[in-house]
Design a protein. Structure first.
Length: 298
């Protein structure tokens, strides 16, 4: 399955003997699926079918689907909207009286005002085939939106893979620093314990054991191992595609937690400890960059 961005826009138009339908679909980021369908009054019976079509294409994001229909021969069987026409005439009179505007009412101008012509009651029945036209137009717009979002998703996937490759490289560099840092920390602890024990009879073996236990608590082997597993899992999730946004967000939280633990353990480990700290800070920054990109994925 393809990765998809939550951001996109598409428009579709279809026409037949009944008239013309135009559908627009626009989506932006959202924690879940927030679906809004906008139709005129005569299309309201088709709203459930439009919602079902939208859910087939979009699983997550704020989606606005708008569908408009213009009947063929829109004027046939139509009646004048008298309140609107009278308001038009009154507005012209007020403009002439209060602002000195010259001009006369024009019937051709009035009839172009939206809503000036309304269908007569006897023509109010829904034409056969209208639902199919409206839903098919919406499906076309949603399919185009899918293509747009897939292109965006592919681009986001490339960025995330590149950042993840840098994270994995830095994790492996941290791993290479681990043993020298541990050796330095172990030697430093032994020296400190000897200084504290001056003038006291303490078994040297016990000093070495205590130093080894304290050094073991500062070992970052588990955190490094988990970070490598998480980085490889990230690549697998991107390869599988589909709805990955929430999963990636959770994975980034786990990777950030492991990195924080590494940072808390590397103090006092000499030159190699400083190197580990520098790498871990860069890892943390790239994890945040990945998270920012992942927030745009469905």
């Amino acid at each position: 399955m393809a990765l998809k961005s939550m951001t996109g826009y598409a428009r579709a138009r279809r026409a037949n003997e009944l008239g013309e339908a135009v559908a627009t679909a626009r989506s932006v980021n959202h924690r879940g699926l927030d679906l809004h369908v906008y139709v005129s009054e005569e299309l309201e019976p088709f709203e459930p079918a439009l919602r079902n079509a939208a859910r087939r294409h979009v699983k997550r994001g704020h989606l606005s689907l708008r569908v408009k229909f213009t009947p063929a021969h829109a004027g046939a069987g139509a009646a004048l909207n008298r309140p609107l026409f009278e308001a038009y005439l009154k507005a012209i009179q007020e403009a002439r009286r209060e602002y000195g505007v010259e001009g006369e009412p024009r019937i051709d101008t009035a009839l172009r005002i939206p809503g000036m012509l309304v269908q007569a009651a006897e023509d109010a029945e829904t034409p056969e085939g209208l639902e199919a036209l409206v839903v098919e137009t919406a499906e076309q717009a949603l399919a185009a939106l899918d293509e747009f979002r897939a292109r965006e998703g592919a681009g986001l996937g490339r960025i995330i893979r590149e950042l993840n490759a840098v994270v994995l490289r830095d994790v492996e560099a941290v791993e290479a620093c681990r043993l020298p840092a541990m050796q330095h920390y172990h030697a430093r602890l032994q020296q400190r314990l000897r200084e504290l024990a001056q003038g006291m009879e303490i078994d040297p073996l016990r000093v070495a054991q205590e130093a080894a236990m304290l050094a073991d608590k500062s070992d970052i082997a588990e955190e490094v191992g988990r970070l490598k597993v998480h980085a490889r899992e990230l690549d697998a999730m991107l390869e599988a595609g589909g709805e990955t946004g929430k999963k990636l967000d959770f994975l980034m939280q786990e990777m950030s937690r492991e990195t924080n633990t590494i940072l808390s353990k590397t103090g006092g480990s000499g030159e190699f400890g400083l190197r580990v700290t520098s790498l871990a800070l860069e890892i943390k920054a790239n994890i945040e960059r990945i998270r920012e990109q992942a927030l745009n994925l469905e």
